[in-house]
Design a protein around this ligand. Structure first.
Ligand code: GRF
Length: 211
C-alpha cells in the first residue's frame, strides 16, 4: 500500500480528483495519509477534512528564515513517512534536502505541456495567459518527477487539450484541469502505486503502456 502525502496551497481540485480516484478504485494500492498546506485558508484543507484525511498547515511566514522553515517542513513530511509526495498546486519551493531524500518519489502536476510555458514564474493562471498570448492551438498538462530544478524532472504523463477561439485564461485553465490534470495526476499515482513507472537516464518508461 503506497503511503501518499499531498502538498497543496489553494482550492485543491487536484487533491479532490485524487481523493475521488482512491475512493472509486481508479487508484489502487494507495492511501492518502496526510495533506500539508502552506496556506491555512486553503480550501484543499477543507476537502481533506471532509474525507477524514489529516491536514497540517506549515508556512514560511511563521519562521524567522527560510532555512528554519525548510528544516521544520522536511521534519513534518518525514514524520508522515510518505512513499510518494504529490505536489498538487503547491506554491512553495521544495528544499534541496527534500528532493535529494525523496528522489523520484515526489511528483508535480503542471498545467502545460512541458517544456512549454514552465519554469520560474509560470504557475496557475499565468501559464494560460502566456499560452493565449503566444497563440498556441494546443495546450495540456504534465505530471513529472520533481528534481532540484523548476518543472525540470523526468516526465511521467502528459495530456493535450485544444485551445478554443475566444478562450479566456480562466476558461482555458478550467478545460486543462477538467480534461487533463484531473485525469493524468490520479493515473500517474495509480501507475506508481502498482510499480509500473521506471526512470532511467532521466526518462520514464511506463510498464504495460500508459492507457
Ligand atoms: C492547478 O492548475 C495545477 O496545475 C497547478 O496549480 C493549480 C492547482 O489547482 N499546479 P488546485 O489547487 O488543485 O485546484
Amino acid at each position: 500500500m503506497l503511503n501518499v502525502v499531498v502538498l497543496v496551497s489553494g482550492g485543491g481540485t487536484n487533491l479532490q480528483a485524487i481523493i475521488d480516484a482512491v475512493e472509486s478504485g481508479i487508484i489502487t494500492n494507495a492511501k492518502i495519509t496526510g495533506v500539508i498546506s502552506n496556506n491555512k485558508n486553503a480550501y484543499a484543507l477543507e476537502r481533506a477534512s471532509k474525507h477524514g484525511i489529516p491536514g497540517i498547515c506549515i508556512s514560511p511566514k511563521d519562521y524567522a528564515s527560510r532555512a528554519e522553515f525548510n528544516e521544520k517542513f522536511l521534519e513534518t513530511v518525514n514524520e508522515l513517512q510518505p512513499d510518494l509526495i504529490v505536489l498538487a498546486g503547491f506554491l512553495v519551493v521544495i528544499p534541496p534536502e527534500m528532493t535529494a531524500k525523496y528522489q523520484n518519489r515526489i511528483i508535480n502536476i503542471h498545467p502545460s505541456l512541458i517544456p512549454s510555458f514552465c519554469g520560474t514564474g509560470y504557475y496557475g493562471l499565468k501559464v494560460h495567459e502566456a499560452a493565449l498570448e503566444r497563440g498556441v492551438k494546443v495546450v495540456g498538462a504534465t505530471v513529472h518527477f520533481v528534481d532540484e530544478g523548476t518543472d525540470t524532472g523526468p516526465i511521467i504523463l502528459q495530456k493535450a487539450v485544444e485551445v478554443e477561439q475566444g478562450d479566456t485564461p480562466k476558461e482555458l485553465q478550467l478545460r486543462v484541469m477538467e480534461q487533463a490534470e484531473w485525469k493524468i495526476l490520479p493515473k500517474a499515482i495509480d501507475l506508481i502505486a502498482n510499480d509500473k513507472v521506471k526512470v532511467e537516464d532521466g526518462r520514464v518508461t511506463i510498464i504495460g503502456g500508459s492507457e
